[in-house]
Design a binder for this molecule. Structure first.
Ligand code: KIV
Length: 273
């Protein structure tokens, strides 16, 4: 049974997120990639569900987010949408579908919206992808920005370490955040940057700033579902809080099932026709 404090059953929209920021209400965001988990997460009262390209890691077993395709993201988003009634569903644009050419970027975003029925897209980067973001926004598609650690650029950075610790990178991030607000993004994710810088960005912008490893001075938080539920045991960054230990729960349940089958304890007389 849900024990959360969310009473408002109204559908979450991009406009409602701005209102939440204005009245100081924190925004809760979590990833999901399939119908069943999305339904549980939505019923618990999540504000935003992100169909993250982290699906490449946690669903497909890839080392980076780069290999996931547009078709695969659309498949995940389509499944998530069917389980969601209240949360705003945002779908990541995968690597290679928006960086090079703004017409291709628009075509990719249109495919996501038409085929999956997601309600917004998320894109990694600032000034470098301005043209693509603007073209997508012109088509009436809401865009969430993503600055700081941008996993699609892992081959450029060579590490998943904290970003924007040096002044020059912090200044660029601040300028990019203002640019994304000016051109019309409805929110920004800040990943793995110093808490003081993230708090400054959140205080200077009127659009919501959602953090992951960016401290508590922002307008909301996002985590990857597999990490916070303890399904994915191999990933323990400082910023991660684990709310469950599902890998132990699942291992124990599956082991008991195997034992019951091997010992012919399952099925028993009441479990057959
Ligand atoms: O793909 C993802 O899960 C993300 C979050 C880490 C913000 O982009």
């Amino acid at each position: 049974m849900s024990t959360n404090t969310v009473d408002d059953k109204r559908k979450v929209t991009t406009m409602r997120l701005t209102e939440m920021k204005a009245r100081g209400e924190k925004i809760a965001m979590l990833t999901a990639y399939d119908y069943s988990m999305a339904k549980l997460i939505d019923e618990a009262g999540m504000d935003v569900i992100l169909v993250g390209d982290s699906a490449s890691n946690v669903m497909a077993g890839n080392i980076t987010t780069l290999p996931i395709t547009l078709d695969q993201m659309i498949y995940h988003a389509k499944s998530v949408i069917k389980g969601v009634r209240r949360a705003l569903v945002v779908c990541d644009m995968p690597f290679g579908t928006y960086q090079g050419n703004s017409k291709e970027a628009l075509a990719s975003a249109i495919r996501i919206m038409k085929e999956s029925h997601a309600e917004a897209v998320k894109m990694e980067g600032g000034a470098e992808i301005r043209e693509s973001i603007e073209r997508i926004l012109c088509a009436g598609i809401p865009v969430m920005g993503h600055l700081g650690l941008t996993p699609q650029s892992i081959n450029k950075f060579g590490t998943y370490a904290v970003r924007a610790k040096e002044e020059a990178e912090a200044e660029k991030l601040l300028a990019d955040a203002h640019l994304l607000e000016e051109i019309g993004c409805f929110a920004i994710v800040l990943e793995k940057i110093p808490a003081a810088l993230a708090a400054r960005v959140a205080s200077e912008l009127t659009i919501p700033v959602i953090g992951i490893g960016a401290g508590g001075g922002v307008d909301g938080q996002v985590l990857v579902m597999h990490d916070m539920l303890g399904i994915n045991q191999g990933f323990s960054p400082k910023f991660l809080r684990r709310y469950a230990d599902l890998s132990t729960v699942i291992n124990s349940a599956v082991s008991r099932y195997i034992d019951d089958v091997k010992t012919a304890d399952f099925p028993n007389a009441s479990e057959q026709y």
